[in-house]
Design a protein around this ligand. Structure first.
Ligand SMILES: Cc1cc2nc3c(=O)[nH]c(=O)nc-3n(C[C@H](O)[C@H](O)[C@H](O)COP(=O)(O)O)c2cc1C
Length: 190
């Protein structure tokens, strides 16, 4: 089920186009196995009428969190205290075609990072990490194909909260909430 067209119009107005290489940096919050919270920054790869996509390592903590509990929150902050979008939703594996397309769109650096961003690599001394990085680049002059550990998620929202500041009056939130098959909209204090 898509979220309301009115909310999608706001998302389109607020976020950069999916083709813009400058991707939004978002805070992705997950629920941990012990019932706590965790959060980290990731790039929002794209959005559509179904939801919001991000990509990560299949062996990461966030992937384990989501496998056990798909409920997540995404926070997008605009510079200068101007806007904030908070999305609550459920994450699910993105379609293989979307996952492949997102890998193709990543910069060569980020494509290589998807190969070498392992615990074993992280534990090497910095000089060895530099050498291993350079020799991996040299060994792949034609670029990098998608690694098996490259994973993508679609977050289907059930709540979207658009916060705006206003220098002349109070900050304000407009919120779209899913209730079964219907959506409601409400205005909240900022
Ligand atoms: C600006 C920025 C962008 C990042 N983008 C991503 C990303 O798109 N995917 C990703 O897996 N990690 C990204 N990271 C790294 C994550 O913040 C995090 O350190 C890593 O994914 C491991 O998180 P986890 O152990 O909670 O799973 C980014 C970090 C920063 C600071």
């Amino acid at each position: 089920m898509s979220y309301p067209a009115e909310a999608l119009a706001l998302v389109r107005e607020w976020l950069p186009d999916n083709d813009d290489p400058d991707r939004p940096q978002i805070t992705l919050s997950t629920v941990t196995a012990d019932g706590g919270a965790d959060a980290r920054t990731v790039l929002m790869s794209e959005f559509d009428e179904d939801g919001f996509y991000f990509h990560t390592d299949a062996h990461s903590r966030k992937a384990a969190d989501i496998a056990a509990n798909p409920l997540v929150a995404i926070t997008v902050l605009w510079p200068g205290f101007t806007r904030q979008l908070v999305i609550r939703g459920a994450a699910e594996p993105a379609a293989p075609r979307e996952v492949a397309a997102a890998y193709e769109k990543r910069s060569p650096y980020l494509q290589q990072l998807a190969w070498q961003n392992s615990v074993e690599f992280a534990q090497l001394p910095i000089d060895e990490r530099r050498r291993a990085w350079a020799s991996f680049t040299e060994a792949h002059p034609d670029g990098f194909r998608q690694p098996a550990n490259w994973a993508g998620y679609l977050v289907r929202p059930f709540r979207l909260t658009f916060w705006t500041s206003n220098p002349d009056t109070a900050s304000h939130r407009v919120e779209y909430v899913r209730d079964g098959e219907a959506w409601s909209v409400q205005h909240l204090a900022g």
